[in-house]
Ligand binder design. Structure first.
Ligand SMILES: Nc1nc2c(ncn2[C@@H]2O[C@H](COP(=O)(O)OP(=O)(O)OP(=O)(O)O)[C@@H](O)[C@H]2O)c(=O)[nH]1
Ligand SMILES: [Mg+2]
Length: 205
């Protein structure tokens, strides 16, 4: 699987719109400013696809992108854990994200982005527990690898894996700005989409 083409479909701020999507979906989640929108642009090879910002809290809606003219959708989620917004606004985003997880019937996998420089935050761990609880498959992507030396990045990857209680090989190390780690992500997407078609075939007969 290679992403050759990606286009913006729509922004959704109203939960009733979540169910209307028909393609398989991969959602990109993570705390505010971790680099979700940059990651989408990186894997889609299009700097202008998702809006990025130095200021946390840029993405406030669910943004849907269609990949390869209909192979699957990527969904850019609003970030969590952003301290500077009001309680009411936080609650609104939280509800939108939760409604998304509970109602998007085509969600195949959540790419959970973590900053390679830090251990997961309390919010990250809450998100991971939530995904386990609702049995939503997810993939940990450690991003901003360019901010560390190769050896420090490997060390932190191991520390993050231990912290979460997963294998080191289950973490995908990326840098959106240096454009590293994309091939492994493509392979992961391919496996996610293929696993899906195997299950569909089995239930057909
Ligand atoms: N050095 C480096 N900077 C990055 C990388 N990915 C993102 N950034 C920077 O991190 C900042 C936030 O990036 P965004 O992609 O807007 O983050 P986001 O997670 O979508 O943020 P919200 O929409 O606010 O939740 C921007 O200044 C990016 O340029 C990376 O791999 N390396
Ligand atoms: Mg964003």
């Amino acid at each position: 699987m290679i992403i050759k083409n990606a286009e913006f479909v729509k922004s959704v701020g109203d939960s009733s719109q979540i169910n209307l999507q028909t393609l398989p979906e991969i959602a990109v989640a993570g705390k505010s400013n971790v680099g979700k929108s940059s990651f989408i642009n990186f894997i889609c090879n299009n700097k202008r696809l998702a809006k990025t910002s130095k200021e946390p809290g840029r993405t406030r809606l669910l943004n849907y992108f269609v990949v390869n003219k209909g192979e699957f959708n990527l969904v850019d989620l609003p970030g969590y854990g952003f301290a500077k917004v009001s309680f009411a606004e936080k609650a609104k985003w939280g509800k939108l994200i939760e409604d998304y997880f509970r109602n998007s019937k085509n969600l195949k996998n959540v790419f959970l982005l973590l900053d390679i420089r830090h251990n997961p935050t309390e919010d990250d761990m809450q998100m991971i527990k939530y995904l386990y609880f609702y049995r939503i498959p997810f993939t940990i992507i450690a991003t901003k690898a360019d901010k560390l030396s190769k050896s420090a990045a490997q060390r932190n990857k191991k520390a993050i894996a231990d912290y979460i209680g997963i294998g080191c090989d289950d973490i995908y190390l990326c840098s959106s700005s240096e454009k590293t780690g994309r091939e492994a992500v493509y392979a992961r997407i391919e496996a996610i989409l293929q696993a899906e078609s195997v299950i569909t075939d089995a239930s057909d007969d």
